[in-house]
Design a protein around this ligand. Structure first.
Ligand code: ATP
Length: 272
């Protein structure tokens, strides 16, 4: 992988578009104090996705916009593009050359592009993960960086060696996977809680359903018994009515018979 070109426009002291071609193995940029040499290093760091304004010697991100001069107005947009070549097998992209671009507008909007295609900041980070070229990698050594490296906490220094050894990508992936696993474990715990709660309610509902079923069966049996009782009552009443009507018929015949003039005269003649 080789650095090919850096294009800067509107970034810090670069009001005009400049392009630096890195067409030799060693390139030196020489200039007087304050001419903007470190601004070039800042442009490298920035285009690689740096989010901290302090890391590029600013207070706020707006500080990277060309602030204007005695004869020039400030600019409202900054753009830096970095072209890398011979990247086949070095970066996870199906080209031999890649250009990453970062734009920043004074209204705070940011744009990231890979080969002119709009992407997310994460895509830029993912592209350089483990390549030794990310914004956190130590491929950029600005003034004071060596001192900083020596004074780093051993854990932070380890991160640099991990990145240089090319395992940074896997460590980041591992971190993401562990995070996802922990989210899955949380979701599982929540689902388990809901399941226990539903199971508790289910037990209660099952008991209620059994009670309702028992009630229904008892109710059916009761209705059946009531019907049987009514039927028996009705049957008894019917028999009584029949008996009474038989008795009435008998009485009627007896009356007709006893009070018949022939029978009466027979009684009379028998008596007197
Ligand atoms: P030294 O050799 O002293 O480290 P240098 O060449 O690295 O200097 P830089 O620190 O890169 O210089 O650049 C500093 C210059 O950039 C200053 O003149 C400063 O005014 C200018 N500068 C920084 N930010 C902006 C900006 N937003 N707009 C215009 N000019 C800026």
């Amino acid at each position: 992988m080789r650095l090919k070109k850096l294009t800067i426009f509107g970034f810090k002291s670069f009001a005009d578009k400049i392009s630096i071609d890195f067409d030799c193995d060693v390139i030196s940029i020489v200039g007087p104090n304050g001419c903007g040499k470190s601004n070039i290093v800042d442009a490298f760091r920035w285009v690689l996705g740096e989010q901290s304004a302090r890391s590029i010697r600013g207070e706020r991100m707006e500080d990277i916009l060309y602030a204007g001069g005695s004869s020039r107005k400030p600019l409202n947009m900054a753009e830096v593009s970095l072209t890398l070549t011979d990247i086949e097998g070095e970066l996870p992209i199906a080209y031999n050359e890649v250009t990453i671009t970062r734009r920043f507008h004074r209204n705070g909007e940011s744009e990231y592009l890979i080969n002119r295609e709009q992407v997310r900041l994460k895509d830029i980070h993912d592209l350089f993960l483990g390549s030794g070229l990310g914004k956190n990698a130590f491929s950029l050594f600005e003034q004071g960086k060596l001192d900083q490296l020596i004074q780093l906490h051993p854990n932070d220094r380890r991160t640099i060696f991990d990145e240089a050894a090319g395992i940074g990508r896997f460590l980041v992936k591992k971190k993401e996977t562990v995070k996802k696993l922990s989210q899955v474990a949380d979701n599982y715990a929540r689902a388990h809680d809901s399941y226990s709660e539903v199971e508790k309610q289910l037990k209660h509902l099952r008991r209620q359903a059994l009670q309702a079923k028992n009630y229904q069966e008892t109710q059916h049996a009761l209705i059946l018994l009531e019907k049987t009782a009514l039927f028996k009552k009705w049957k008894r009443g019917d028999t009584e009515i029949q008996n009474l009507s038989e008795k009435l018929t008998l009485l009627f015949f007896l009356q007709v018979f006893l009070f018949h003039p022939a029978v009466l005269s027979l009684f009379q003649s028998a008596l007197f």
